[in-house]
Ligand binder design. Sequence first.
Ligand code: HEM
Length: 407
Amino acid sequence: MIQAPPESVSIDPPTFDPYDYAFHEDPYPTYRRLREEAPLYYNPDLNFWALSRHADVVAGFRDNARLSSANGVSLDPAAYGRNAHKVMSFLAMDDPRHMRMRQLVSKGFTPRRVAELQERTLELTLGHLEPALAGGELDWITDFAARLPMDVISELMGVPEADRAEIRRLADLVVHRDEGVLDVPVSAMEASLHLVGYYADMIAERRKSPTADLTSALLDAEIDGDRLDDDEIIGFMFLMVVAGNETTTKLLGNALYWGAKNKSEVSQVLSDPERAPEWVEETLRYDTSSQLVARTAAADIDLHGATIRSGDKVLLLIGSANRDSEVFDDADEFRLGRDTAGKLASFGAGVHFCLGAHLARLEADIALEQFARRVADYEIDFDRTERVHSTNVRGFAALPMKVTERH
Ligand code: HEM
């Protein structure tokens, strides 16, 4: 006689649909099942494979020979429309094309240039934070988190202050997606054209009269006589808008959200603001804003008893890797002060490792430290939060909250 399985054992294989709104509410139980029961998962309806274990995700990032970025790194083929390859610049290239461009860009976008931004980032932070906190009620996203990252990118590039609000508006339209609609909205296309025009004019101006900004440094960058052309510089500027703006906004939002859910942890930062980097690091691990990247198999790959065929889409589940108990103790607990050095999957790994990781951390560390210096306590109105629904970006469009200012 065949015995019925005990009720606590699930018999259905796990399913993973990155478009499912219910999944977005809490993806982590699904990730756990994938890691435990289907470490190489195949979704027949959406025709992709997914890797969920930390070791496999990191190995996937490093296996550029067999997992190509050249068809884009987003699950949605329509993301950013037919111009995806231009918008994504060297993020969507393989070596040696990728390496050539990354090396040229790195001549201008240096760690030193980012470190030098510290003081201006503090000024920009306070410029948005102080009015947002005045009055005790705010929407953390629209009043603060959605403003800072693009302004820091504009500062870096040399966009004059008078133009920054408009640039922010256009940049937000570029990444805006209508819920459930895969095609790029017309407003996003129009905003892209405007931004291209704006950046092209700025490049032409800097060519005539160079300044100390990143735009001039990119025009100046040269390796053995090779230089970036105007389209390539515009492509990189767009990449910063697409890869560095929304992700950092959502990081700032997720930090406050999980802070409010884990007050005993975050009260340690509110009473000792210099510990803000620990809050940032744990948010990056616990609920990172960039949940997955896609690759296209460039060869047949045998793994976990199955074969990924050349040409197949493969997802690297960053959000799952960061919760793998093989790597992180009590991985489902939000806990400050972990040693995550060399373990976080949040910024990728290998040749495509996030070029803006320093900048994202600099901004978030400063923003949360300044928040903690001014705020004794805060409460999020959990009934009125709005989540963004996306296959890869994780975070909030609205986080209404009340703050008690420090006296
Ligand atoms: C690449 C995440 C902020 C610029 C990446 C990758 C990830 C990532 C996962 C690797 C993609 C892949 O392997 O296909 C994040 C997160 C951020 C953030 C979670 C914020 C919390 C930024 C910022 C900038 C930036 C602020 C610049 C202003 C880039 C660039 C690449 C990249 C240029 C492409 C590198 C390459 O292909 O060689 N980012 N990023 N990112 N990121 Fe970030």
